[in-house]
Write a protein that binds this ligand. Structure first.
Ligand code: TRP
Length: 456
């Protein structure tokens, strides 16, 4: 078949630009806010192990699948899937993957933006202490609850974050992203390493290592822990909602797709594990409840270290600013697929499409803002609005979307097509990938979902 060599929305300038953008999408709050707190709630070691199993058996093959489907179609995910389904003589209903991706992207960005707002707020607060000379922001628990109990402050930072995200998407993603990721992400990683170094001086580092890497084997039989681990793998790698598919659409044909996914997966997993090694020693040192976790875990743990370290508050400003940048590059990838669709479908200009969609996300985000205070009592299945959005997306919609995407790549897309897209892979690696997307990835998702519904 004849495939387009370029996309209407622009193209990545180089292999490294694509890797950076995709790493920028993957590395974000999922690694530094979500991974530690979900790990804590799921009891550590066994969860981490299951997470790694899911990354390798489902995550990496699926990342490749999304990249090559995107590049094959060169359009926004919905139109790409429709086009490829037509070509392969399959039903157009496969475009539902794209529709569900749109919905999930909306849901995720709406709460993601509020949490990213916390990081901006913390950066600002620590910045102020540099001048006021205050030695602490206050008790970390109270600082956090003061912020989350105030809907106005939450809304302010949520609005700022979303505006920054919308700004880059309006310009076209390949422009704003590259520089930010190339310099700032390695810096964030360096700061995490400094925090790991601090953790080593606390005398509780061993405890943290044991907690993270020594599995409690009884938990391996717990289907809910598996579901949480799989959800985290999807969330952290930005998979299951066609975000990476959208980025794949802008990947020049001359760039090998096979090796890129591996780099991104490695970077993402590395940052999560290092974030765990940075945060848990602090939690043990200050006797924080590592069993409880909770959505504020990272934000109530790190300040203890920032207050104790030399130049801690300066570090804090840098850390929260860089974390905001990491969240920013992720937020961009959540907004890009719907924007690309609206541009193609309605012929809107990029800025107009962005404004329209960001306004919708902003309003939905107010649900998350209020779920921490005024609407905290509104619960469904014992989950407040924010928890519901997070749970439904990462533990249900992303895995389902991912399973469908894997099936599409393995069973609908022809062998010749996928082989051509993955021509940089040696035959054994291509063969392995194909087995993974046809059988292993869908099988694992199916079994985990089945296990949770209690059938297993
Ligand atoms: N992976 C990002 C993080 O870890 C969040 C993210 C960006 C995302 N795009 C996504 C999550 C698409 C799910 C789907 O912070």
């Amino acid at each position: 078949m004849k495939t387009d060599s370029t996309s209407l929305h622009g193209m990545w300038s180089s292999k490294i630009a694509f890797i950076l953008a995709t790493t920028g999408s993957a590395v974000g709050l999922g690694n530094i806010w979500r991974f530690p707190y979900i790990t804590a709630e799921n009891g550590g070691g066994a969860f981490v192990l299951m997470y790694l199993v899911c990354v390798m058996s489902v995550g990496l093959p699926l990342m490749l699948a999304e990249i090559i489907i995107g590049r094959r179609g060169r359009r926004s995910p919905i139109n790409t899937l429709r086009l490829l389904a037509d070509e392969m003589g399959a039903h157009r209903a496969w475009a539902l993957i794209g529709w569900s991706g749109l919905l999930v992207g909306f849901m995720v960005l709406s709460f993601y933006s509020v949490i990213a707002g916390w990081t901006l707020s913390y950066a600002f607060e620590y910045f102020v202490t540099l001048f006021s000379g205050a030695s602490t922001l206050g008790d970390p628990g109270s600082v956090f609850s003061d912020l989350t109990s105030d809907p106005w402050r939450l809304t302010f930072w949520h609005t700022l974050f979303l505006a920054l995200t919308a700004g880059v998407v309006a310009l076209g993603v390949e422009q704003g992203l590259e520089r930010g990721v190339k310099i700032l992400m390695p810096l964030l990683f360096a700061l995490l390493l400094v925090l790991v170094g601090y953790g080593m001086t606390t005398g509780h580092f061993g405890e943290a290592v044991e907690f993270l890497f020594k599995p409690d084997w009884r938990r391996v039989a717990d289907g809910r822990v598996w579901l949480n681990a799989m959800g985290q793998a999807f969330f952290s790698l930005s998979l299951g909602m066609a975000a990476i598919m959208a980025y794949g659409a802008y990947l020049p044909r001359t760039i090998p797709a096979g090796s890129t996914a591996f780099t991104v997966g490695l970077a993402d997993t590395g940052v999560a594990l290092v974030a765990g090694l940075a945060i848990f020693p602090i939690a043990f040192t200050y006797s924080l409840d590592t069993g409880a976790g909770g959505v504020g875990f990272t934000f109530t743990t790190l300040p203890h270290a920032f207050d104790a370290m030399a130049f801690g508050h300066l570090y804090a400003v840098a850390f929260f600013l860089l974390l905001s940048v990491a969240a920013w590059t992720s937020g961009i990838s959540l907004l890009e697929p719907p924007v690309a669709y609206l541009v193609e479908r309605a012929g809107l200009s990029r800025p107009k499409a962005v404004l329209l969609l960001a306004a919708g996300v902003w309003v939905l985000g107010l649900g998350t803002v209020l779920s921490f205070n005024v609407w905290a009592h509104i619960k469904l299945w014992n989950l407040n609005i924010q928890e519901l959005l997070e749970y439904a997306s990462s533990n249900l919609l992303l895995p389902l979307g991912g399973m469908a995407t894997a099936i599409f790549a393995g069973w609908i897309l022809s062998r010749a097509d996928s082989r051509e897209e993955l021509s940089d892979l040696p035959p054994w690696a291509y063969g392995l990938w194909r087995v993974m997307v046809r059988w292993v990835a869908p099988g694992v998702v199916f079994l985990v979902l089945l296990g949770v519904t209690g059938v297993l």
